[in-house]
Design a binder for this molecule. Structure first.
Ligand SMILES: [Zn+2]
Length: 119
């Protein structure tokens, strides 16, 4: 296992797609949005146009319109619950790679409660 990300292109075929929002449940607050936290990143954005407005005081207001985003040199620090910030862990280690997240979700799969139907 390593932290390299694999993009399913070329001859590789997708074996399984995990819908994280349907699989993840925060053990602390039960929310289902998992976010990846990165640091030491450089974000490159294409500047596609510049809009210039005139304010009510006749000052020019310049606004940029950006296109595609590229992230360089990313270092994943952790995966955490978007709601409460709890980092997901394997034993006591903070998970920093997507393979670890996959394993975590396989073990800690959210259990959908069956609705009780009274007839
Ligand atoms: Zn949470």
């Amino acid at each position: 296992m390593n932290g390299d990300e694999k993009t399913p292109t070329g001859p590789e075929t997708i074996k399984e797609t995990i819908d994280v929002a349907k699989t993840f449940e925060c053990p602390n607050c039960r929310h289902n949005i998992l976010e990846e936290i990165q640091e030491n990143v450089t974000i490159a954005t294409e500047v596609s146009s510049i809009n210039v407005y005139e304010s009510e005081y006749k000052e020019a207001i310049v606004e940029k319109v950006c296109g595609g985003v590229e992230i360089h040199g990313s270092g994943i620090v952790k995966y955490r619950c978007k709601n409460c910030g709890l980092s997901i862990r394997e034993k006591n280690r903070i998970i920093k790679e997507i393979e670890g997240v996959h394993k975590y979700l396989s073990i800690n799969k959210k259990i959908e409660e069956e609705p009780i139907i009274i007839k």
